[in-house]
Design a binder for this molecule. Structure first.
Ligand code: NI
Length: 386
C-alpha cells in the first residue's frame, strides 16, 4: 500500500495552500488569517462540525465515518504558527511579512492535514470519528496546552492522538519514530540572589551577592554530574549572570541568574527542579544571603505510547516502504501536552537535504505531501476499519 492516488491528484491544490500559508506567516496565537482559511476549507470539505477559537485561535474539525458504531475517536494534530525570523530562501513563495517566516514547516503540516481532511470527508471509509486539530502557538506559546485546557479531549471524546513533524536530513517522504521519550522537556529557571550591597573596599560590611552567585553557578553543575545517572540525558545550563551594577567599586545588592534544564523523563525533571531549589537555599544560607528560585515550567517531555507508536511505524512502513528508528531530540514540542492526556504517537517525515528547521534558509519540501497525507489517511482507515 504505497502513497494514495488521490493525494497525487490533490498535490497541486495542497501545494498551493502550503505556499499561500508560507507567504503569509503568523506568529504564536496571532494566526487569525491561517485559522480562518483552515476553518473555511474544513466547512467546504463537508466536515460534520467545525469549531474555531479553541485554545484562543485553534480550529477543530470533526469527520464522522460511514459508520460510527465502533465508538472510536482519533485526533490528528497539526500546528499553524510561524517564527520571528527574517526569511532568506529567495523562493518565489517567500514570506511577504518582514521578520516572520515559516521556518519550521508548520505551513506544510497545516496543508497536509487539510489535504487528509478533504480526502477523509470525501471517502469516509472508516468506522468511527476523526477530529482534526489545528493548533496555534507551538513555538513557545503552549497553544497545545491551551487547547487541552479548553477541554479538547473531553469535548470530542478523543481516545488517541497523532502528530507529525517534517525533518531535514531524512530522505523526502521517509519516516522515523521512536517509542517512549522522544522530545525533551524544556524548563527555565531564574535565581534572584539578594545580599547586602555596599562599598567594594569594605566587603566585610556587605553580603557579596557576586560571590554567592558564583558559588551557585559552580554548585549547579553537580546536578548533572553528581545527582544524575550518567547514562541518562540531562542538561542544566546557566545562560545569564546579571548584576544590577556595572561599577568597579560597588558590591551589588542583587544578582540574577537565568538558565535552562533539558530532560527526557519526569523523574529527572523533578529531581533537577528540587536540587536547584535546595542548592540555592543552601548556598544562600551558607553566605547569609537569600537565593530564591523562580521555576518556569516549559513543555513537558514528549512521550510516545508503545502501542500507538508500533502502529504508526507499521502504517509508515506501508506508505514509504520503511520506517527508521528516530534519535532523541533535545528540543521541545508542545504536542507533549496532548500525549500527556491521551495515548498516541508523533512521527517525523523526511524533508530532504535542506537547511535545519529554525534556519532562515529552511523551506518545507512539497514533495513530502503525498507521503504525509497518506500516513494521516491510513492511520484513520486502518485504526478504525470500515
Ligand atoms: Ni516545528
Amino acid at each position: 500500500m504505497p502513497v494514495k492516488n488521490r493525494f497525487a491528484e490533490l498535490l497541486p491544490d495542497i501545494t498551493a495552500w502550503r505556499r499561500d500559508f508560507h507567504e503569509n506567516p503568523e506568529i504564536l496565537f496571532e494566526v487569525h488569517r491561517t485559522a480562518g482559511i483552515v476553518a473555511q476549507k474544513l466547512r467546504a470539505f463537508g466536515c460534520d462540525e467545525v469549531v474555531e477559537g479553541i485554545g484562543r485561535t485553534g480550529v477543530v474539525g470533526v469527520i464522522k465515518g460511514r459508520a460510527t458504531g465502533s465508538g472510536k475517536v482519533i485526533g490528528l494534530r497539526a500546528d499553524m504558527d510561524a517564527l520571528p525570523i527574517h526569511e532568506a530562501t529567495g523562493a518565489p513563495h517567500a514570506s511577504k511579512v518582514p521578520g516572520a517566516m515559516h521556518a519550521c514547516g508548520h505551513d506544510g503540516h497545516t496543508a497536509m492535514l487539510l489535504g487528509a481532511a478533504q480526502y477523509l470527508a470525501e471517502t469516509r471509509n472508516f468506522d468511527g470519528t476523526v477530529v482534526v486539530i489545528f493548533q496555534p502557538a507551538e513555538e513557545g506559546g503552549g497553544g497545545g496546552r491551551f487547547m487541552c485546557e479548553d477541554g479538547l479531549m473531553e469535548r470530542w471524546g478523543i481516545q488517541e492522538v497523532y502528530g507529525m513533524h517534517n525533518w531535514p536530513g531524512m530522505p523526502v517522504g521517509s519516516f522515523a519514530i521512536r517509542p517512549g521519550a522522544f522530545f525533551a522537556g524544556t524548563d527555565q529557571f531564574r535565581i534572584l540572589v539578594e545580599g547586602l550591597g555596599g562599598h567594594a573596599a569594605k566587603p566585610h560590611e556587605t553580603v557579596d551577592t557576586t560571590v554567592v552567585a558564583a558559588h551557585l553557578v559552580t554548585a549547579l553543575q553537580t546536578i548533572a554530574s553528581r545527582n544524575h545517572d550518567p547514562v541518562k540525558n540531562l542538561v542544566v545550563s546557566v545562560t545569564s549572570f546579571r548584576t544590577e551594577s556595572e561599577a568597579f567599586n560597588v558590591i551589588p545588592q542583587h544578582v540574577e541568574l537565568r538558565g535552562t534544564v533539558r530532560t527526557m523523563d519526569p523523574e529527572t525533571r523533578n529531581m533537577a527542579e528540587q536540587r536547584i531549589k535546595e542548592i540555592a537555599a543552601g548556598i544562600g544560607a551558607t553566605f547569609g544571603a537569600k537565593a530564591e528560585v523562580d521555576w518556569r515550567p516549559g513543555y513537558p517531555v514528549m512521550v510516545n505510547s508503545e502501542e500507538q507508536t508500533a502502529f504508526a511505524a507499521e502504517v509508515a512502513a506501508k506508505v514509504a516502504g520503511d520506517c527508521a528508528d528516530a534519535p532523541l531530540v533535545m528540543g521541545g514540542e508542545d504536542f507533549a501536552y496532548m500525549l500527556e492526556e491521551r495515548p498516541g504517537a508523533y512521527i517525523l517525515v523526511g524533508n530532504g537535504d535542506t537547511a535545519m528547521v529554525h534556519h532562515p534558509a529552511y523551506d518545507f519540501d512539497d514533495n513530502a505531501i503525498p507521503a504525509g497525507c497518506s500516513w494521516w489517511a491510513e492511520i484513520v482507515e486502518q485504526r478504525m476499519p470500515a
